[in-house]
Structure formats: structure tokens, C-alpha cells
Design a binder for this molecule. Sequence first.
Ligand code: NAD
Length: 451
Amino acid sequence: MTTILNPATQESLGEVREATRADVDHAVARAGDAQARWAAEAIGYRARSMRRIADTIRNHLEELALLETDNVGKPIADSRGEVSMVADTFDYYAGAVDKLVGQSIPVDGGVDFTLREPMGVVAVIAPWNFPLAIASWNIAAALACGNAVIVKPAEITPLSTLRLVELVDDLDLPAGLLQCLTGKGSIVGHALTEVAGVDKISFTGSTEVGKQISEVASGTLKRLTLELGGKSASVVFADADIERAARASVGAVFGNSGQDCCARSRMYVQREVFDQYLKAFADASRVAVMGSPRDESTTLGPLVSAQHHAKVSSFLSDDIDFVELGAEPEGPGNWFAPRIAVAPDRTHRLVEDEVFGPIATVLPFDTEEEAIREANNSIYGLSGSVWSGDGARALRVARGIRSGSISINSNTSVRIQTPFGGMKQSGVGRELGLAALDSYTELKNIFFATE
Ligand code: NAD
């Protein structure tokens, strides 16, 4: 059993079972049966079922949001927003069930067309930072395409996902269509990656584990979507609305206490506005309220675990000039006050590595070319921002940065309707939007001879 802790109080939220290899085999067999029944159901039934899942989530929004808040330490307002997005994601993909269209292709001697068929059994292996949201983006797209899903939440944050699966169980869909297996990544996650009956893995987590999964999954040539680490850049030009960029950057780097794969933790600011931006960013950040995640006014919760707190703390070093942005609350939580590292050396590990905590680095640049070069100076390429009043320049820079998504004069990357995923070592494949449907279907070509 794993004891699940509240990161704000260190109190136990209960015990969760650790699945065994036999549980994995049993779940895979059930999922295979359920998938065959689900894919054979009428299109209208499948779309309606997805909408029923969305409605159920909305009817239990507060309960699910509280589970996420207590288990992850997320401010309650953020948890409500995430659960609401989860419901919207099921609605969005309900609309895709009857739009999985193929093509007809001109050929000699017959008629040729393509079909989009389900992959089969999908294992969704999820991280702890947005447990329900990230699992659900993949669950919803996979179900819409006629697949069955086994979801494995991170060992420390399984509660919202377990509850979602219980709620879906009550809807009387094919038994085993959506199952949850809890436990260690090295046992349950590994088994799902290895077992022959799983056709596709959708993994969200660290680049290191993504590489291991890629290796193990190659044994059975499973299809893979890998959403991995990030170290995204925000490039601020002197002609930008500096106050607006600075205010938006607070959420971009300290939101979810910095435990966000899209965090723009490398901020490159044109030298002539460097001091102005730094002051505006620090002032705006000091308004953040760190405290009990259940408190409506809280905007910053604790880090997810003591182990993660130790990892983030290891980035604090004496050779860096930090601006401290507030005090940590008293008490037993994994509190870590946000900080800005001012112009550290570009090769410092704080600039190169994913911290996954509330530490921003702000560095100066002079020219457009330098900004693009610095933004690209990373093994990662997940998201990022460009801030400029010159639209043509903003677009040039956005195109020059090798990253799966870039926002101009905005700090947000994730929308249900648009593709999301990484270049370079930030991942393989895309989630969300219609693009995700490609990664949950196999393309079959049919040729019908007419001569
Ligand atoms: P992690 O890689 O430690 O774990 C992620 C999941 O993989 C967990 O469910 C874990 O149990 C499982 N796992 C661990 N070892 C495994 C193995 N050998 N085989 C199969 N499964 C295994 O990541 P984390 O610490 O939970 O999450 C933080 C990381 O996730 C960060 O690097 C962050 O950038 C990344 N992330 C990426 C995105 C994205 O969309 N690109 C989104 C959120 C988080």
C-alpha cells in the first residue's frame, strides 16, 4: 500500500493499493474485451457516452477539485479550472467521434480510400503535476477513437483519477473500458509498457523516464506519445508592453508553484528594458498569496512532496543573485517561496535544467538573432512566448524558436482545440486538438479493384 499525503499538511489522505503484474495482465485482458464492444457500438452511443462522462464530471466538479487540491497542493481556484477543462475535453472529443474521416485517393484500376481504425488498448501513464487534466486529455481522445484505456496515475497523486474511473464505472459503459491501476512506475508503468496486449502508450512525465519507456515499448513496437520535460523561454523585446508582459509572467513561471512543464522559467529580456522588466516582474510576483490550497485567496500552494522540495532546493546556490519574493508559511507543508535568479551564467544548471519549481531566471539579450539563439540553447522545446509590439518581428522569432508551441504576447500554451507537444527532447507526438486523433487511430488503406 502507498500512503497518500497532503503536501500542505503532511497528513495522510488514505492508503492506495499497489497493483501487481497479475493485476496488469487481468486489466489488459478486460480492456481488450471492452474495446471490441466499444468500437462496435453505434457512433451516436459513443458520442453520447462521452457527453455523459462530461456531465458527470461537472456534477462532481467540487469533489474532484478538492481531491486535486488536497492531494497535489493546488490552489482550489486552479483545481476548479482544471476539472472544468476536463469536462470540456470530454465534450470536445464527443464531437470528434463522427468526424474521424479518411480520404479517397485517385489511383489506377480501382477506388482507393483510407479508414481510421482504433489502435486497441491504450495505457495512459500520467504525471503528478496536473493529474486529472493530463490523464483526461488522453483518455478522452483515446475513447473517442474507439480505444479502451488503462490509466496509471503517478504514485503520489492518484486520488482524482481513481474517483473519475469510479464515476465512469457508474455510467454502465462496457465493463473495463476505462480502468485505473495504481502503484509504482517501475512496476505497474513498466509492465504496461512491456505487455503485448497494450497497443499504445501515452506517457507524460520526465524526459529520463520517457527514454526508458521508449526503449521498453520498442520490444513490442507500441505506438507512443511522449510528453516530456521543458525549459521554455519567454523573449521580451524593448518595444513590448513591459508591464503587461511582467504581470503575465507571474503565472507563466510560478503558476502551479512552478511545477509546470510549460513554465517559462528562462526569461530573456532586451537589455534596455532589463531593469524595468525585472522590477515590474518582482512587484507583480510579490502579490502572489502563498498559503493553504483550500483557501480561496491562495494563488501559490506547496510543492508536491518533500522529495521534490529537496530537488528544487538543490538549485539554490551562493553564486547566484536571487530576488526573494515572499515568506514561506509556518507549518509542516513543503513550502518553497518563489525567487528570481538575476542574470546567472548561461551555462549554470539553473538555466539549463528543468527545475520544476518556482524559480525564474531573467537574462539580458541585445539582438533578435541572439534572442533566438539563446531560446534555442536547450535540449528541450515544449513551449514559450515572444513579447513585442512589432508583429512581424514577433512572428519571425516565433518561427525561429524550435518549440512545439509559442504564444505571442501571451503566456498560455494549452487549449483543448489546439495541438500540444514537444520538439527535441520535450517529446514525440501531439495531444489535444484534432491532431491528437491521428495518434489514437491507425490508418488503413483499402483498394477496391474496378477493372
Ligand atoms: P516521472 O517521469 O517521474 O513519472 C511520470 C509517470 O511515469 C508516473 O506515473 C510514474 O509512476 C511513471 N513511471 C516512472 N517510471 C516508469 C517506468 N520505468 N516505466 C513506466 N512508467 C514509469 O515524472 P513526474 O515526476 O511525475 O512529472 C514531472 C515531469 O513530467 C517533468 O519533467 C515535467 O516536465 C513532465 N511533464 C511534461 C508534460 C508535457 O505535457 N510535456 C506535462 C506535465 C509534466
